[in-house]
Design a protein around this ligand. Structure first.
Ligand code: SF4
Ligand code: SF4
Length: 469
């Protein structure tokens, strides 16, 4: 039944897309640009992309948009996640952020997602600066940020409200389009209630929404499925417009295979659809893993669509699902942004044959021994200085490039590979950041949304790092 509904919706989506194409062709013949076109089509100023004014803003006609069913926002299916920003000399490279944000806006991306805790508290101000510098009208894009009151010292009403007000200040705005209860699920129902409900924070946020300073309220989910179910089932009471979930073609049916405490995205998506809540996707590329597929997985995708990047398959999977409002991507490099814009301009939904191929790839991937780190950095800082995600990134890179020492010590290349691995590892990280510095204090374990047993992995990596021939 659910499948049938999705298929029907899919067909409707294709039709809408066809309508979009027809509309574009029609407007092209008339010689009008999209901003004036939006007005011509009665979409109103909020939907109009950029402005036809003296700033000579370039606008894109090709981006695929989804309509927010509660507010009518016309949201680009590709959203810009501001979690991993480009760096220069150990600081955010603001010039490049400005350039990338402007490029995104000029090519139709209009949803920007940040949090007070991203980039060691600097992401919101960096985004605020870039949006201001872009020259685009405030009404032509949507800002999403979060109440990231993770630490117990931030659970009070005063601290939480303060965090919200700071977000407005750092983002240089007097309203937030999409505001999320950040990272619900970790710590179960008890923590959810302590962070948002028992302290009066939720009442405050609903008042802010009524006053128009928050346009949409939602939550981002990592963790205990009981929390997700409770929130979704209370949609009417709290008026959620959207919910952010981890979804990609591996997590769709295999999140549980990666970690039995995870919940498959297919279930989460189905529940959102049932309760008429639109989904926002985080990790559409599983922390970059689906963009850097090992050759063995990338090959069949290349054979089917030779010109497409592995990342484009990940986004096309997500966008094929009609109840998705936006897929977020952390696009640190300009080349990622350009490729992702291309994939979404317009998005070409997956065929049944392509979906079946992605499922085959996903099934093989779950038995592939990658450490499922998404580089979210929630586990950082480690009190003993270990750079947790950098250790995992190095290990995963070696695995993908077939540079790990083989399990069989008698293998002819064993010594050579072990030596190269250890040398490369010590070169990639500072001595103070290596896995061997882990004291197994376990402070990081509960912070990891991927539920990686970080100290166990550190022990394993240390053994490899210090192994004698
Ligand atoms: S368990 Fe190890 S890696 Fe994790 S916080 Fe403690 S010392 Fe750091
Ligand atoms: S180990 Fe977990 S918390 Fe840390 S960066 Fe990786 S996924 Fe995020």
């Amino acid at each position: 039944m659910h499948k049938l509904k999705s298929l029907n919706n899919n067909m409707a989506m294709k039709e809408n897309h066809q309508n979009e194409l027809n509309r574009r062709e029609f407007l092209k013949r008339l010689g009008v640009t999209s901003a004036s076109a939006a007005l011509l089509m009665g979409l109103g100023p909020l939907s109009a992309f950029g402005r036809e004014d003296k700033q000579k803003i370039i606008v894109s006609n090709d981006m695929t948009y989804r309509i927010n069913r509660k507010t009518g926002d016309k949201v680009s299916l590709l959203g810009y996640g501001m979690m991993r920003l480009p760096q220069k000399n150990g600081r955010i490279d603001q010039d490049l952020v400005n350039e990338e944000v402007k490029y995104a806006l000029e090519h139709g991306v209009n949803y920007f997602d940040t949090s007070p805790h991203y980039q060691r508290d600097k992401s919101e101000s960096s985004l605020g600066t870039a949006l201001k510098a872009s020259g685009f009208d405030r009404k032509s894009y949507y800002i999403a940020t979060k109440l990231s009151n993770f630490g117990q010292q931030e659970w009070s009403y005063e601290a939480s409200v303060n965090m919200y007000r700071n977000s407005l200040k750092f983002l240089q705005t007097d309203y937030i389009d999409y505001y999320l209860l950040h990272g619900v699920g970790g710590g179960g129902m008890q923590q959810l209630k302590s962070r948002f409900f028992d302290n009066g924070v939720m009442d405050f946020l609903m008042e802010e929404r009524a006053a128009g300073r928050i346009r949409n309220l939602g939550f981002s989910y990592h963790g205990d499925v009981e929390v997700f179910e409770w929130l979704v089932e209370n949609t009417e009471k709290y008026g959620w417009s959207f919910a952010q979930i981890q979804m990609n073609y591996v997590d769709w049916k295999h999140a549980k295979d990666i970690n039995r405490r995870n919940t498959n995205a297919e279930y989460l998506y189905g529940l959102l659809e049932k309760h008429d809540v639109q989904g926002v996707i985080m990790e559409p590329l599983l922390g970059g893993r689906l963009a850097n597929l090992p050759e063995v997985f990338a090959k069949p995708l290349k054979q089917m669509r030779p010109d497409d990047s592995p990342a484009s398959w990940g986004f096309r999977f997500c966008g094929t699902h009609p109840n998705i409002l936006v897929s977020l991507s952390g696009m640190t490099l300009m080349e990622h942004l350009v490729d992702n814009v291309k994939t979404h301009s317009p998005l070409n939904p997956c065929t049944q044959k392509e979906l079946a191929l992605l499922e085959e790839v996903a099934q093989k991937m779950v038995t592939y021994p990658l450490i499922p780190c998404t580089d979210c950095k929630y586990c950082m800082p480690c009190p003993y200085g270990v750079d947790i995600p950098a250790n995992f990134a190095f290990y995963n890179k070696c695995l993908n490039e077939d540079k790990l020492p083989p399990a069989d010590k008698a293998a002819s290349d064993y010594k050579k590979k072990l030596k190269a691995f250890q040398k490369g590892y010590k070169k990639a990280l500072k001595p103070s950041e290596l896995a061997s510095q882990c004291m197994e204090c376990r402070e990081c374990v509960s912070k990891c949304p991927q539920r990686i047993q970080i100290p166990n992995q550190m022990t394993r990596l240390t053994e490899l790092l210090e192994r004698k021939e």
